[in-house]
Design a binder for this molecule. Structure first.
Ligand SMILES: C=C(O[C@@H]1C=C(C(=O)O)C=C[C@H]1O)C(=O)O
Length: 270
């Protein structure tokens, strides 16, 4: 099976051990590109930005393994050059879909703002764009220097403060129930093995990213949450409702069915 996953530090615990898994052909890319590849059916399943799953009535959640946070996430930030309530133009990290939608949802609901949106290419830093705010995700967001900005939002913390809920940034999705049956167990086991090996992952991954091992371990252990539980499901539903209200995705009355996580049981009665 062709499976795509995000290459950031945040998803290493989900794919630790997956490369060697039987029948899994693993490909790593940016979250936004994985969503496009899954849409073109080049992949059977992929770890994609949550908003892409919420937006497509044919996609199904495949596993309860995810990239979420229950408070500050540290690797998804909006850097404001002027106060948030004055923002007119935002630059959105090319790798992001979900956090891009999250920023628009928060600006609209808190300040009634629908900003002009431009893309911040992967190879370009925040200083390269003229915008009132810049959204950065992934490893490069962790190192962003807050000193030179009017305000910095940690997007996990902002969502939590506003809704009281966790936030699910990325999750596994597939087109068919058959793929879901085949992948659910593999992905869940890979996550369990990864979460049991966070120290080892931090040690291997931190140096090339210019992070201290302790810092990377703290991020993987405390900032991130790798399992979709009741609260995460509620958060996905709430986020879908806000995004639909803003016209970013269609409203899908079947969403709860697509987000079921009672995998591994016979499909007949679903
Ligand atoms: C937590 C993060 O979540 C990422 C954010 C995504 C998005 O905004 O679309 C997609 C995948 C996640 O890996 C991060 O970038 O650090």
């Amino acid at each position: 099976m062709r499976v795509g996953a995000v290459r950031y530090l945040n998803s290493k615990p989900l794919i630790h051990g997956l490369a060697g898994a039987d029948g899994v052909d693993l490909l790593l890319d940016l979250p936004s590109r994985l969503a496009d590849r899954l849409a073109r059916r080049e992949l059977d399943g992929a770890l994609i930005p949550t908003i892409e799953l919420l937006a497509d009535p044919e996609l199904m959640l495949v596993s309860d393994a995810c990239v979420a946070s229950r408070g500050p996430v540290r690797s998804v930030k909006t850097l404001f050059r002027r106060p948030p309530r004055e923002v007119q133009k935002v630059a959105l990290d090319e790798g992001s879909r979900t956090s891009a939608a999250l920023l628009r949802v928060l600006l609209y609901n808190r300040f009634g703002i629908r900003p002009e949106c431009i893309s911040l290419p992967i190879g370009s830093g925040p200083e390269s764009v003229r915008a009132d705010a810049v959204l950065l995700i992934g490893d490069r967001a962790m190192g962003a220097d807050p000193g030179q900005y009017a305000e910095v939002w940690d997007m996990g913390a902002e969502w939590r403060a506003w809704t009281g809920l966790p936030f699910v940034f990325a999750c596994w999705a597939a087109w068919s129930g058959a793929t879901r049956e085949a992948l659910a167990g593999v992905l869940g086991r890979a996550r369990d093995a990864g979460v049991a090996s966070l120290a080892q992952i931090a040690e291997a991954e931190a140096p090339p990213l210019g992070l201290l091992v302790g810092d990377a371990l703290e991020y993987l252990t405390h900032s991130l949450h790798f399992r979709i539980e009741e609260e995460e499901l509620a958060a996905m539903g709430r986020f879908a409702a806000y995004a639909a209200e803003l016209g970013l995705i269609p409203h899908d009355p079947n969403l709860p069915r697509r987000l079921r996580t009672d995998y591994g049981r016979p499909t007949a009665n679903r």
